[in-house]
Design a binder for this molecule. Structure first.
Ligand code: T3D
Length: 262
């Protein structure tokens, strides 16, 4: 069996590692299917309350494995719309829908769809040596895996267009300064920081995190009225939860809350 994706379970969270380091964790079909299966498992497992997504070796992911696209090998031109709809789009939707925080620990270069998969995480922390490259224009493609959406919403049109058209690497530190990601940290600190967040979330109010994630994701396309209505509905739900009862009781009793995530 293949080990294109490693899936380790810890106390309350999982670490999922893209593991084709000889190709900078570029995506082939196997890596797609194994990543999807790992995230499905995280979704179904009540003991998993946060996910770290990272890459093995010196890169996070170099996007599509281009050796699977070699035009000199003959055959018809590939239908890339179909591969997006079959692999990349379901992955991005799966990451956004997952009711648990995903921490992307970007350990090195993230290029093409690899960059945009990293940007689909809820908390994106990058090592100082990492960079984000919208590599698509170098090979005659357009940004995908949500790239045009993340870049435009987080950075605005000027920076989005320049990054996409030039394919210049954006260093992690600039990505953090510009608000494309949450934080840039020293390389040696990356996994410790990611684990710190995962452990916090593994002991936090899981249902409220899921509602919060979905509210914030909806905000960029909702009107204020729609968003206020959604906040009302979600707060109604949160207010009925055991987590809220426990949170308030713990506050009043001046003790740490014991959220069980169920
Ligand atoms: O096709 C569809 O289904 C549509 C979807 C498209 C989504 C996409 O992601 S399209 C964009 C694809 N990705 C790229 O164009 C990036 C290609 N890679 C690079 O530009 C560079 O590798 C990097 C800038 C990311 C890193 O450069 P560097 O100098 O640090 O490393 P390197 O030497 O180029 O790469 C190391 C090895 O990984 C090397 O193999 P070798 O020579 O040691 O045997 C290289 O060929 C391999 N590698 C890197 N990226 C890919 C790859 N092999 C296959 N596919 C890759 N994308």
């Amino acid at each position: 069996t293949s080990d294109a994706v490693l899936h380790e379970k810890h106390d309350g969270y999982a670490t999922v590692t893209l593991n084709r380091p000889h190709r900078l964790n570029a995506f082939n079909e196997d890596q797609h299917l194994r990543l999807r299966a790992a995230l499905d498992d995280c979704a179904a497992d009540d003991d998993c309350r946060a996910v770290i997504l990272t890459g093995a070796g010196r890169g996070f992911s170099a996007g599509q494995d281009l050796s699977d696209r070699d035009p000199t090998l003959g055959g018809p031109r590939p239908d890339l719309g179909l591969t997006l709809e079959t692999y990349y789009n379901p992955l991005i939707r799966q990451m956004r829908a997952l009711g648990k925080p995903i921490i992307c620990a970007v350990n090195g270069v993230a290029a093409g769809a690899g960059a945009n998969i990293a940007l689909a995480g809820d908390i994106v922390i990058a090592a100082r040596s990492a960079s984000f490259i919208q590599a698509f224009s170098k090979i005659g493609l357009v940004p995908d895996a949500g790239g045009t959406w993340w870049l435009t919403r987080r950075l605005g049109e000027a920076r989005a267009k320049a990054l996409a058209l030039t394919a210049e690497p954006l260093p992690a530190e600039t990505a953090a300064e510009w608000g494309l990601i949450w934080k840039c940290v020293d390389d040696a600190e990356l996994m410790a920081q990611a684990r710190k967040f995962a452990e916090k979330f593994a002991n936090g109010p899981t249902a409220a995190y899921a509602l919060t994630k979905h509210l914030i994701q909806a905000a960029s396309t909702n009107s204020l009225d729609e968003q206020l209505a959604m906040e009302r509905n979600f707060q109604h739900k949160a207010g009925q939860s055991d987590e809220y009862r426990e949170g308030v009781a713990a506050f009043l009793q001046k003790r740490p809350a014991n959220f069980r995530g169920k």
